[in-house]
Ligand binder design. Structure first.
Ligand SMILES: O=C(O)CCC(=O)C(=O)O
Ligand SMILES: [Fe+2]
Length: 733
């Protein structure tokens, strides 16, 4: 025991701690600029190359949100002390020095975003729509602090100290979450942050990398003026477990990881810090001592002002502070509010290793190199950072990027895409044909009948309702090469849709995402022509009379396809003796008065949905142009068709999967088909268009809305000359 005491004393004496004035040992500050150390400037690695090279790289977001990604399920604790109460280090006179006050925006943010989806679309270091710790291959690239995490969080213009987060579980039925178990080295957020530090990777030779920190408006410490602002490029300097018996977050002491981040360019003032003097501190001026524990033999830094404690949670002496009182060292357990971070810890500065990987805070504007790219590759759907006002903006328009800061900036970055040729489509088609079997069934519910329809080889899929009778059909008309090459056929239509002079008005709309907290954009681009209609998402409508010719040709071709396929279905039902629901399948062609155009870049999809909105006729017809795709149908989880689901979270598997090729037409018929089943379409190439026509019934609408619908669905007088297969449409009914 005596030996222990003396050894402890020896180590503490190294700190030169004095009981009455713990800071007299601190060296005087040297704010003279000339003494600032040179910050190494390394070759900047752009993340675009990280991502494009990351074929199977794990690109993920971790649930840092327990503490940082502000959400409705954040536990509120009225007893939480204000940060200033919890945190005013006594050792520093803060009457002049504002290093300890919460930063307030000084200048224009380096990069900012109005929405989470813009942030994630535009910034390569934070492609993380949920969660707050974005990592690739288990190494953090970006952190979002969008709430007040631990009451012990700290932020000045240079240093951020915050809880690492993760590991919380719901502790009651209201969804309140809290940490109930000690965190340890298996905590993922800890691991990914640790991996950014030099020599932490498996090879042990990684040079380390920087982490970009973003603050959201819900974080009171950063006090940023915009919804999301990039604070800067930081390095992780310390990770340690904090455990106090009276933590205000939980009634029991739970060890939680904390992280200290230090701005890489620590000698420059931050845009978000007003009178910070913290950037006057130079490397080496303050040194936070590190001591070896006499019990476990592991080192811990003295990061708190009251004294040193072993920070290794498994050690018998963990969090027992060695406090100097009247020249004696006492061992004490201290409460959460009794200690603060030491000045040495806050003011320590760390030079970034020269070989560490840096990050570009402002990614370059997307450029399409017409010799190697078409402009429809997945990366061009990403956002941009406006070079004028630095607003992170999403790719909303088909034709290019527009700054989303529309109130005070009108920057646009329009691009000319290179037409994606039919030869490329043929190549993609061959690849899909070799991989996917036509209509590969995953369930015996759906039956398929082969038909021949005016030169189109046709498959008719019949879908049963819960009673087993057919409630709907999906009729797939396969276009032959000959059909595609016709003067008004799919090839000509596909090329016309890419014509620079044709504006299809395609845009990405805000999508509904059940269970997601943040607004997202649909992955595909849409525009609506003819009768206005809200398909779950709001899409702008253009009257048929103002529609470009390819759209009108689409309406014409789909109207033709509806007529011939419904006629054939009647014969097929008779020939095959199929029992069907006549309330669902009227077997009548309705005049299409609307067309929804869809544009898909590489990796765009339309997720599972139904086309059974109110006031829609029983038939929905789609023409596919360009890249092949896979269409799947599955019974809805609430439908009695198909296997029963265990709970409402589990989904039913697809019952049929249908590859669709350039020129193919799918006609879904039957209102009950849409009630019982849903469908998705996943393109397998770089450019696909779909044109979907419906009949929208406006009888029950107000006179004004009805008139508007009638007006917008009037076809131009010369429409007849575009008629496919001689089908004219009577819209006036
Ligand atoms: O892109 C497609 O083929 C399908 C589009 C679709 O499902 C729709 O417009 O509702
Ligand atoms: Fe659909």
């Amino acid at each position: 025991m005596d030996i222990e005491q003396s050894s402890r004393k020896r180590k503490l004496s190294d700190l030169e701690l004095s009981d009455d004035d713990p800071d007299t040992s601190l060296p005087a500050k040297r704010p003279d600029q000339e003494l600032f150390p040179e910050i190494p400037v390394n070759t900047v690695d752009t993340f675009r190359s990280d991502l494009s090279g990351a074929g199977d790289a794990t690109d993920f977001c971790e649930l840092f949100e327990d503490n940082h990604d502000n959400g409705s399920d954040q536990p509120t604790n009225n007893t939480t002390p204000a940060i200033d109460d919890a945190f005013t280090p006594a050792s520093i006179d803060d009457s002049e020095d504002t290093a300890y006050s919460s930063p307030v925006a000084l200048q224009h943010p380096t990069v900012w975003a109005k929405t989470r989806s813009a942030l994630c679309d535009a910034l390569p270091y934070f492609r993380c729509h949920e969660g707050g710790n974005y990592h690739i291959d288990r190494v953090t690239l970006g952190l979002l602090l969008d709430s007040n995490g631990s009451p012990r969080d700290y932020m000045d213009g240079t240093v951020i100290i915050t809880a690492v987060g993760g590991g919380r579980v719901a502790i009651d039925k209201t969804g309140k979450r809290a940490s109930v178990e000690d965190q340890d080295e298996s905590a993922r957020n800890y691991q990914y942050l640790k991996a950014t530090m030099p020599n932490q990777n498996a090879s042990d030779e990684s040079p380390g990398r920087t982490v970009v920190v973003i603050a959201g408006k819900n974080n009171d410490h950063a006090n940023v003026s915009e919804e999301y602002c990039v604070l800067g490029e930081y390095q992780v300097t310390d990770l340690w477990l904090e455990k106090f018996p009276d933590s205000v977050q939980t009634s029991v002491a739970v060890a939680s990881w904390m992280v200290r981040l230090e701005k890489v360019e620590f000698n420059k003032s931050s845009w978000f810090k007003p009178k910070s003097t913290s950037h006057d501190v130079v490397a080496g001026q303050y040194k936070c001592p590190s001591l070896e524990c006499i019990s476990c033999g592991k080192e811990s830094k003295q990061i708190y002002d009251k004294g040193w404690a072993c920070l290794h949670n498994t050690c018998a002496r963990a969090f027992i502070f060695q406090v100097v009182s009247n020249g004696q060292v006492e061992e004490r357990r201290l409460g959460f509010n009794e200690i603060q971070y030491s000045a040495e810890f806050l003011y320590e500065r760390t030079l970034l290793p020269a070989e560490a990987t840096r990050q570009d805070l402002i990614p370059p504007l997307p450029t399409i190199d017409n010799s190697i790219s078409f402009g429809t590759e997945a990366e061009f759907k990403r956002g941009m950072v406006c070079p004028l006002c630095k607003c992170a903006s999403r790719r909303i328009s088909w034709h290019g990027w527009k700054c989303e800061n529309t109130e005070s900036c009108n920057f646009t970055h329009m691009v000319q895409t290179r037409p994606y040729p039919l030869q490329e489509i043929a190549r993609e088609t061959r690849k899909v044909k070799s991989r996917y079997k036509q209509g590969s069934f995953t369930d015996s519910l759906v039956k398929c009948y082969d038909r021949l329809l005016e030169g189109y080889a046709t498959q008719v899929y019949t879908f049963p309702d819960e009673a087993g009778q057919t409630c709907g059909t999906a009729i797939v008309l396969r276009a032959t090469e000959e059909i595609c090459a016709k003067e008004d056929g799919p090839d000509a239509l596909y090329m016309a849709m890419q014509d620079r002079n044709v504006d299809l008005k395609l845009e990405r709309s805000a999508a509904r995402h059940t269970g997601k907290r943040h607004e997202e954009l649909c992955s595909h681009f849409t525009s609506n022509f003819g009768a206005p209609y809200k398909f779950g998402v709001a899409v702008k409508t253009v009257a048929f009379r103002d529609a470009p010719e390819p759209i009108l040709r689409g309406v014409s071709q789909l109207s033709w396809a509806q007529r011939v396929s419904i006629e054939d279905t009647k014969s097929m039902i008779e020939e095959e003796g199929i029992t069907y629901s006549s309330t669902s399948m009227t077997l009548k062609s309705e005049p299409f008065n609307e067309l929804l155009a869809l544009g898909y870049f590489e990796s765009s999809v339309i997720n599972y949905h139904d086309d059974g909105e109110k006031d829609l006729g029983p038939t929905v017809a789609t023409l596919s142009l360009g890249s092949p795709s896979i269409m799947r149908f599955r019974p809805k989880k609430k439908s009695k068709v198909g296997p029963e689901v265990k709970n409402l979270r589990s989904l039913k598997p697809a019952v049929v999967s249908i590859p669709l090729y350039h020129g193919d037409i799918v006609i879904m018929h039957g209102t009950e088909l849409q009630k019982n089943y849903e469908h998705e379409v996943k393109p397998k190439g770089k450019l696909r268009f779909a044109m979907t026509s419906r009949y929208i019934m406006s009888n029950s609408w107000s006179e004004e809305r009805r008139q508007d619908t009638m007006e917008k669905s009037k076809l131009p007088l010369d429409f007849e000359k575009l008629a496919y297969g001689g089908v004219t449409i009577d819209i006036q009914s």
